[in-house]
Structure formats: structure tokens, C-alpha cells
Design a protein around this ligand. Sequence first.
Ligand code: 2P0
Length: 370
Amino acid sequence: MVFVTTFAVMMEIETALIFEKNAIPQGTVAWQSPSNIALVKYWGKKEHQIPCNASVSFTLDKSVSKTTVHYTPSDSQAFQLAFYLDGERNEKFEKKISMFFQSILHLQPFLNQLSFTIHSSNTFPHSAGIASSASGMSALALCLCQIEQNHFQTLTNTDTFLRKASTLARLGSGSACRSVYGGLVVWGETSACPQSANKYAVPLTENVHPVFHDYCDTILIIDAGQKSVSSRAGHELMHTNPFAVSRFRQASENMEILLKAISGGDLDTFIRITESEALTLHAMMMTSEPSYMLMRPNTIQVIERIRAFRSETGIPVCFTLDAGPNVHTLYPAIHKKEVLSFIKNELIIYLYNSLMIEDGTGNGPKNLDV
Ligand code: 2P0
């Protein structure tokens, strides 16, 4: 008994979060959660999904995952699960979610007492080549916190609820921990944001200039194919990248500079740092061993056209990239008309099936009626 208690303390197991044997409940919960786009990038991590540098992102509005979790008592000593994407059973995701559940059992040991049927769908087209791990994992983490709250009432306080959801989401997919909040969100310890932490993200509620409250992000789909190297493998390659140490130092300096620009509404600096971060992310891929490239020729065409348009018109539009070929076009809402017309007239020829998603800064996840 002493051993069991000591072991639980050592592992920080939440022993209070276990159902009485004859009172294992059933129910259904549902959340929708958005994707996010990083400005300073998270690329490189330590054990337990601890980032090598802090990052900051915009939470998106329209690109969301909707997830419903139905749970009943498990008929074994461990959790059971079935996962459906757009109504179809998906074993690849099932394995990923199973590993995620294993990694959070110390935070929610009651999971092992339940059997789960999970249905998820994304609002962005399946064929758009947009990663759904941030929106999907954050929606799932929010559902699990809802189950905890419904039966143990341990997360009544909204801040506590969201912090735990962010902690769980991080263990599912690093960038997912930022999707738990709306607006601008910081993840990873940085002196630029005193309340920041490595285990969960925090919303940047103060020191945000109004121009960033409704920033636009038009996502230009360049290629919708499967990525040749996953983000998980990409993070792994940072362990041997010869530029890793200076990259982590640069990211930490960029956090200081960018958060200051966000506070003061300094768009020139915002553009300079955001574009440099996007290209540095891809430079890390190109300088990994083995090296790889996720940008396509049309990614570069679009980047060059955006830069030329900015210098010709003075409109503060810039680009950023995720770990893929698609281009996120970022600009203040007052320039929406001119930028959309530029995209439709000049960039459309570079897009896959003329595909684009008119998105922008969103308010974060929503609990859905079930
Ligand atoms: C980011 N990305 O900050 C960076 C920039 C993509 C480019 O985090 O292994 O899916 O699940 O923690 O979060 C994508 O990697 O990786 C990512 P895991 P994740 O958004």
C-alpha cells in the first residue's frame, strides 16, 4: 500500500480521478476547436513534448474540428476506443489516439475504466492538405476535460479547465495546446510573457494592439498531397541539425521582438519577423540530415508575388508557412478587399484547384450541444 501511494506520488497520478467500481458512468460530450498558425515556430522538442523554444500563434476562426465522444464502462481493465473521421473508421488515427490516451493516464486515470466511440470531422476540406492535429487533438482534450468536469467537478473554474485541456492537448500534439484559446497564444517559457509555461499555453490577453484583434489569414492551397516527412519526424531531426542551437536562440530573441511589435502595432517588424520565421522553419528542414523540402515551386512563386505586391502598394500583407507547401497570407482586416482581389487576380494560377480558405483570428473552442 505504501509502495502504491509512493508510486502514485512519484508519477503524479491523479488518484482522486478514479470512478467507484459500481458507478462507472456513460455519457456523450462534444467540442469544436480551431486550428492555429504559428508566427514564431515550435520546431524541436525534448521528452514529454516540452518545446525547445517558445512559440506564439494566431488561433483561426473557420478551420475547426468538431469532435463527439461517447463513453460507456469498459469491460476490461483498460480503455477501449473506436475512432471515426467523417463517419468512417480510421485505424491510423485510432493508434495515435491510443498512444495519446496512454500518455495522459497519469492525469486522467479514469480513462482506463471507459470505452470510447469518437466521431470527428473538419470544416476544412479533407483534400486541402491542412494538418488537423492541432484542431483535432485540442477538441479531443477538451472533451476529456468535459468528462472529468461532469463526473468529478474538478474543473469548474474556467481557467483551470482550459489549462488542463491545454496540458492534455500538448501531450497529443505540441501545437494543439495553443488551440485551446482564442486570439494570440503563447506556448513555452519566455521572458517576453511572464505567465508563459512549457507544459501548457497561455492566451495573450493584454498588450495586443487592436490591429491584431481581427487579423486576416487567407490560406492558399498550393499542394494537397500527403507530406513526405511528418512533423513528428521533422522535430526529431532537430536533435542532429547543426544549426539547432542558434535556431533556438534566434526563436527566443524573435519572441521578444515580435511580442513587442504586437503590443505596439508595429507592422514592419511584425512582417520582418513573421516571414523570417517561416523561411527559417523550412531552412531547418533543408539543413536536416537527411535533408528534405516541403515547399513547392509555386510556394516560392506566391511568396515572391506577395513581397512584390507589398512593395508596389505599401499594403502590409505578409506570408507565413506551416510545415507544408501552403501559404498563409496575413494582413489587417482593413485591407481585405484589395488583398482578396490581388489573390484572385494574380495568385490563383499557382493554387491547387484554385483552392483557398478565407480565415482569420478566431475566439477559440466551443462546447457543442449533444
Ligand atoms: C508550429 N508546427 O509551431 C510548428 C511550425 C508546424 C510548423 O508544431 O510532434 O503537429 O505533434 O508535437 O505540433 C507541427 O508539429 O508536432 C508544428 P507534434 P506538431 O505550429
